[in-house]
Write a protein that binds this ligand. Structure first.
Ligand code: BJW
Ligand code: ZN
Length: 275
């Protein structure tokens, strides 16, 4: 016998009643929220993991095998994101955060995205689970530095994204980004979380704190398949709290949530969060 599934509600008026009374809102976001800004997702049509094998670009092994190839991928994405702007969904979250704050209420964004579009939209309470495209980490001294250079180094200028048919790149190691700390000169890597790497403990502690206090959770534009992020909203739902998903399609977690609003978040979210 198939398990009976409880259909989530799409009653916007009911959601808005709950939102109006909520004191502490957590919004978990993924690549889908930036899709309407022109940033590719990972798993949907046109997604990066449809074109590339994740293990060839987003693992520590991939970086140690071919740092030049991995840097091409991240340098291309840095340059792309610099040409993009936050969309109506990013702005709706930033505006709601400000509005709630005036009322001594709180909205925090927990994002899997590394594009910084939430910050550029004006959100202040942002937890970046998987790091950011615009920080580097030194493989030798561990220094983490903000880096918005465009291009990040001359050798990566106009390199484009890796060719999926070739998946090779041979920029000499010396020409890749290196640490500027006195006497170090170690190879830099993007300060992002790859598969098989743990998320930073301080980041997870912050997430835990926010989730334990929240009384409403929004899940926006994520396929909810990558852990640990995929378990955050189901944990909130399991405490009997309202969770609302905004996505163009259903996900493996949809039936655990109270609300599901189907459609592009640039349209559905501003409507749901408007004053
Ligand atoms: C729209 C829309 C529109 C489109 N409007 N919606 C437990 C069980 C099973 C596996 C694991 C487990 N625990 C750990 C694992 C392994 C692994 C994992 O989860 N694997 C799964 C794939 C099975 N996790 C890890 O390895 C993590 N590390 C970890 O857990 O460490 C533990 C450890 C402890 C101690 C020692 C060692 C390890 C790390 C995960 C890192 C993920 N990294 C990436 C790439 C790096 C950053 C980058 O380059 O960008 O992060 S992978 C990629 O997926 C990226 C994303 O942040 C992440 C999530 O993707 P997201 O955001 O959900 O995007 P999509 O494309 O999947 O979905 C888009 C959605 O939007 C879709 O639903 C669309 O429908 C929707 N959409 N347009 C609204 N307009
Ligand atoms: Zn260094």
């Amino acid at each position: 016998m198939p398990k009976t599934r409880r259909q989530p509600s799409s009653d916007l008026a009911k959601f808005r009643e709950i939102f109006a009374k909520s004191k502490h809102v957590v919004a978990i976001t993924g690549a889908g929220i930036s899709a309407e800004s022109g940033v590719p997702t990972f798993r949907g049509s046109g997604g990066l993991w449809r074109k590339y094998m994740a293990q060839e670009l987003a693992t520590p092994q991939a970086f140690s095998d071919n740092p030049s190839l991995v840097w091409e991928f991240y340098s291309y994405r840095r340059e792309l994101v610099l040409t993009k702007e936050p969309n109506a969904a990013h702005k709706a979250l930033a505006e709601a955060e400000k509005r709630l704050k005036q009322d001594n209420r709180r909205l925090v964004v927990i994002t899997q995205n590394i594009d910084e579009l939430h910050r550029r939209a004006g959100s202040e309470n942002v937890i970046e689970l998987h790091g950011t495209l615009f920080k580097t980490r030194c493989m030798r001294c561990g220094d983490i530095a903000v880096n918005k250079d465009s291009p990040i180094c001359p050798a990566l200028k106009d390199k484009g994204s890796p060719d999926p048919a070739v998946m090779d790149s041979n920029i000499p190691l010396d020409d890749l980004p290196h640490c500027k700390k006195a006497g170090c000169n170690g190879l830099l890597r993007p300060h992002v979380v790859w598969f098989g790497e743990p998320l930073e403990p301080e980041v997870l502690e912050e997430v835990e704190k926010e989730l334990s206090k929240c009384d409403l959770c929004l899940v926006i534009g994520t396929s909810s398949v990558v852990y640990p992020a995929a378990m955050f909203a189901p944990q909130v739902a399991a405490r009997g709290l309202p969770v609302a998903e905004f996505n163009i399609e259903k996900t493996p977690s949809t039936y655990e949530f109270g609300f599901h609003f189907e459609g592009p978040s640039g349209t559905t979210l501003p409507e749901a969060l408007k004053p």
